[in-house]
Design a protein around this ligand. Structure first.
Ligand code: F6P
Length: 550
C-alpha cells in the first residue's frame, strides 16, 4: 500500500467535495436538530468511552472516511502489523510491541520462531526481580533495603514509564521513590543525586540500543558517583541493572549479565513501556498491577484487530484526525487530560505521534502531496484554561482537542472532582457553542452598557464556536484503564500512518541531530571549528568559548 495514490482515490475526492458541502455548517445546528447525536457518535472499548459527537462530521462524513479506510486496506495493514510482517521496511523489522501484552494463546512469529516463550520468560524474570527488591530480599552494599530507584533513559526509554508511573501513583505501595533521569544536563543529574544515598539506591540503565549519548553519559556519571561515595567495583552488580536489546554493549559497560533484561528489535523505543523498560513502574506498583496495565492494552489490541471499522475506536480517532489535517488544513492537535495523574500524557503522545508520523515521504520513498502528522501539544486542565485555551476559543487557528476525563477521583475531597469535571465539560461545550454577536451585545447590555457601546465592544467577545473535540472518559485512572488509553493512542497513530502510507516506525530525522551533535561537541571542546559549519553555528561556538570564564 503506497501513499502516492491517496489523493487520487475516489473516497478522497468524495471527501474533498463533502468538505465543501459542510464546512460552512455549525455543529450547534446539528445538535439542535438531532437529539441522538451523542449516542450516534459514541464508542466504547476496553473500558474507555469516546464521545466524538462534538466533531465537524455528519453520518455522511463518517461513511466517506470509512470508505477511505477500506480503500487503503486499513484492516489488511493492521493484520500485517499483528502478524509480524516486517512493516518497518527502512529498518527491515516487524512491529510487535503487541506481543509484549499478548494474553491470548496466539503464537507471534518472527522469522518463523514464536517469540512468546521469551516474552513470558522475561516477564517471569521481572516478577522475580520485583519480588526480591520489594520484599527487601535484594539489598544494597551495606545490607540496607533500597529506598530509591533511578531510571536512566531518554525518549521511549523514559516517557512511557514516566507517564505510567505518574498516572498510577495511587498504586505505589512499595515505599520506593522512583526518579527518572533523562536529559544530558548537569543540573538534572545533580538535583537527583544530591538527595540520594548510594547504599540504598538502585540504578536501571534503560536503552534499547545502549548507544544513546545522553543515557550512557548519565549512567557513567551515576557509576562514578556511586564509586566515589562508598560503593566499590564489587558492589556494582548489586546496584546497577540494565534493559537493552544490545546485551554485548551493556556487558561492555560493566553491567553483570544476570542483571540485563532483554529488549528486542521488533519493539520500537516509543512502544517499549510494555517490556522490561517498564521495570521502574513495576517496582513501584507491583507486578500484578503492571500486568493489569498490560491487560488493558491487550483488550484495546483485540478491539483494534477485530472491531469493524465503524465501531473501532482507534480507527475512528485516526479518521477524525485525518479529516482535520487533510481537509480543514489543521496542523496541530491538543491533548487535554483533566487528571493530575495523567499530566505527562501530552509529552508521551508528542513522541509517540510526532516521531511516528512526522514524515514527508511514503513508505515507498515518494514525496507525499498531502499533510501528515500534526503538532501534538497540550497540558493538564484546568491549568490550561488560564493559559492557552484563549487561542483555542478565539485564535485564528483551530486545534482539535482530546479532553480526557476520569469521572471519579482517587482523592475525593469536598466537591473538587465535580468542579474539575464541570470545567472539562464546559470547555468542550464552549468550543462547540461559541458566542454570537447578538448574544454578546445582549450580555453587555444586561451588564448595564448602552446599546451603542455594546455594539462596539461585542466583537471582542464573539467566540466562533464550531471547534471540534473528542471527550474520552472512564470511571477512574486504574492500571487497566491507563494501559487501554496508551494503547488506544498507539493504534490511532499506527492507523493514521497506514492511511497516509508512511512508515510510522522509524525515526531517521532524529539521527541527523545525533550525527552533527558529536562534531559540534568537538568544536566546543577546543578542536578547530569545521569549515563547513554555517556562520550562525560558528558564532555560537565562539560565544561558548568566550563565555566560559565570565
Ligand atoms: O531519539 C530517538 C530515539 O531513538 C527514540 O526513538 C528512542 O526512544 C530514544 O532515542 C532512546 O533510544 P535508546 O532506548 O536506544 O537509548
Amino acid at each position: 500500500m503506497t501513499g502516492a495514490s491517496l489523493t487520487r482515490t475516489t473516497a478522497w475526492n468524495a471527501l474533498a467535495q463533502h468538505y465543501q458541502d459542510i464546512q460552512g455548517q455549525h455543529m450547534r445546528d446539528w445538535f439542535a436538530t438531532d437529539a441522538n447525536r451523542f449516542e450516534r457518535f459514541h464508542l466504547q472499548a476496553a473500558g474507555l468511552n469516546l464521545d466524538y459527537s462534538k466533531n465537524r462530521i455528519t453520518a455522511e462524513t463518517m461513511k466517506l472516511l470509512q470508505q477511505l479506510a477500506r480503500a487503503r486496506d486499513l484492516p489488511g495493514q493492521i493484520d500485517s502489523m499483528f502478524s509480524g510482517e516486517a512493516i518497518n521496511r527502512s529498518e527491515k523489522r516487524p512491529v510487535l510491541h503487541t506481543a509484549l501484552r499478548n494474553f491470548g494463546n496466539r503464537e507471534v512469529l518472527v522469522d518463523g520462531v514464536d517469540v512468546m516463550p521469551e516474552v513470558r520468560h522475561t516477564m517471569q524474570r521481572m516478577e522475580e526481580f520485583c519480588w526480591k527488591i520489594r520484599r527487601n530480599q535484594w539489598r544494597g552494599f551495606n545490607n540496607q533495603p533500597f529506598t530509591d530507584v533511578v531510571s536512566i533513559g531518554i525518549g521511549g526509554s523514559f516517557l512511557g514509564p514516566k507517564l505510567a508511573s505518574s498516572s498510577l501513583k495511587p498504586y505505589w505501595d512499595s515505599g520506593l521513590n522512583i526518579h527518572y533521569l533523562a536529559n544530558i544536563d548537569g543540573t538534572h543529574i545533580t538535583e537527583i543525586l544530591k538527595r540520594l544515598n548510594p547504599a540504598t539506591t538502585l540504578f536501571i540503565v534503560q536503552s534499547k540500543s545502549f548507544g544513546t549519548q545522553e543515557t550512557l553519559k548519565n549512567a557513567l556519571a551515576c557509576r562514578e558517583w556511586f564509586l566515589n561515595n562508598g560503593g566499590t567495583e564489587a558492589d556494582l552488580p548489586k546496584h546497577f541493572t540494565a534493559v537493552s536489546s544490545n546485551v554485548a554493549k551493556a556487558l561492555e559497560f560493566g553491567i553483570a549479565e544476570e542483571n540485563i533484561f532483554p529488549m528486542w528489535d521488533w519493539v520500537g523505543g516509543r512502544y517499549s513501556l510494555w517490556s522490561a523498560i517498564g521495570l521502574p513502574l513495576a517496582l513501584a506498583i507491583g507486578i500484578d498491577n503492571f500486568r493489569d496495565m498490560l491487560r488493558g492494552a491487550y483488550d484495546m489490541d483485540e478491539h483494534f484487530r477485530s472491531a469493524p471499522i465503524e465501531q473501532n475506536m482507534p480507527i475512528t480517532m485516526a479518521l477524525l484526525g485525518l479529516w482535520y489535517v487533510n481537509f480543514f488544513g489543521v496542523n496541530s492537535h491538543a491533548i487535554l487530560p483533566y487528571d493530575h495523574y495523567l499530566r505527562s500524557l501530552p509529552a508521551h503522545l508528542q513522541q509517540l505521534d510526532m516521531e511516528s508520523n512526522g514524515k514527508s515521504v511514503t513508505i515507498d520513498g515518494y514525496q507525499v502531496d498531502y499533510h501528515t502528522g500534526p503538532v501534538i501539544w497540550g497540558g493538564v486542565g484546568t491549568n490550561g484554561q488560564h493559559a492557552f485555551h484563549q487561542l483555542l476559543h478565539q485564535g485564528t487557528h483551530f486545534s482539535p482537542c482530546d479532553f480526557i476525563m476520569p469521572m471519579c477521583s482517587h482523592n475525593p475531597i469536598d466537591n473538587f472532582h465535580a468542579m474539575l469535571v464541570s470545567n472539562c465539560l464546559s470547555q468542550s461545550q464552549a468550543l462547540l457553542q461559541g458566542k454570537s454577536e447578538e448574544e454578546a451585545v445582549a450580555e453587555l447590555m444586561a451588564a448595564g452598557m448602552s446599546k451603542a457601546e455594546a455594539i462596539v465592544t461585542a466583537p471582542q467577545k464573539v467566540i466562533p464556536g464550531n471547534r471540534p473535540s473528542n471527550t474520552l472518559y472512564f470511571p477512574k485512572s486504574k492500571p487497566h484503564t491507563v494501559g487501554a488509553l496508551i494503547a488506544l493512542y498507539e493504534h490511532k497513530v499506527a492507523a493514521q500512518g497506514f492511511l497516509w502510507g508512511v512508515n510510522s516506525f522509524d525515526q531517521w530525522g532524529v539521527e541527523l541531530g545525533k550525527q552533527l551533535g558529536s562534531k559540534v561537541l568537538s568544536a566546543l571542546e577546543g578542536e578547530d571549528i569545521p569549515q563547513h559549519f554555517d556562520g550562525s553555528t560558528n558564532g555560537l561556538v565562539r560565544a561558548f568559548h568566550d563565555m566560559q570564564n565570565l
